[in-house]
Write a protein that binds this ligand. Structure first.
Ligand code: FMN
Length: 210
């Protein structure tokens, strides 16, 4: 194993600090080898029983993308309608997806009962397949950040409708719909914090010893 230097450790910490959920993108595409390399890196993530349950679906088709955007608009309007007063006004001012501008869309699905891994580790905690896929998404997110590529996670969508739009096996679980591209700006703090929606909690010290 390579020796990771203190300089690298510091840079890694900066990577964690500067990783952002990106909702504003430049329109120029990420070169294919870069994007494919990031997806390959995502697959280095740990997974329960080495099941590798993640399925990355690149959504290139303009009609499918438009249908996903429409679904987001509908779900976002519903979410707004569920809120009242100043809370609704604040919600309405947020930009909660970069679906219009992002040059790449990637849906991430998870196999709930993969043959690979032979069931190891899942008998009492079947959700571990989903968690494995989330690990892959996070790996992708960090690798993308290191490559100067932005990622935005969209969850304000209807999973069943998205799976139908993408024509994927309905038995797969939709875990994330990612917008990917070069960010239009950088910040060391979450956009939701900068827009006054929510703040990071002071460093959490909730771990205990038993
Ligand atoms: C599971 C998950 C779902 C998310 N869904 C959305 C979403 O639908 N729209 C959005 O704008 N951001 C979404 N986000 C991004 C969060 O708002 C963001 O991670 C958080 O505000 C912290 O900001 P940061 O990622 O820039 O540090 C999601 C993040 C996660 C982990």
């Amino acid at each position: 194993m390579p020796a990771f230097s203190p300089v690298f450790s510091n840079q890694l910490h900066e990577l964690f600090r500067w990783r952002r959920d990106v909702r504003h993108f430049r329109c120029d595409p990420v070169p294919e080898p870069v994007l494919e390399g990031l997806l390959a890196t995502a697959c280095l993530a740990p997974s329960v029983g080495l099941s590798e349950p993640w399925r990355f679906v690149r959504v290139d088709d303009a009609d499918r993308r438009a249908a996903v955007r429409e679904d987001f608009s509908q779900c976002n309007a519903d979410a707004l309608a569920d809120r009242a007063g100043t809370d609704a006004q604040r919600y309405a001012r947020l930009k909660l997806a970069g679906l219009d501008d992002a040059p790449h869309h990637v849906a991430v699905l998870s196999h709930p009962d993969p043959v690979q891994g032979r069931g190891l580790g899942r008998a009492t905690m079947p959700q571990t397949t989903t968690w494995s896929t989330v690990m892959a998404i996070h790996t992708f997110w960090l690798a993308a950040t290191a490559a100067g590529v932005g990622v935005g996670w969209v969850s304000i969508i209807n999973p069943a409708r998205i799976k139908a739009i993408l024509d994927v096996d309905p038995a797969l679980e939709l875990v994330a719909y990612l917008c990917v591209g070069y960010p239009d700006g950088h910040a060391p703090t979450p956009e939701l914090e900068r827009r006054g929606w929510e703040q990071r909690a002071p460093e959490r010290r909730e771990w205990v010893r038993r």
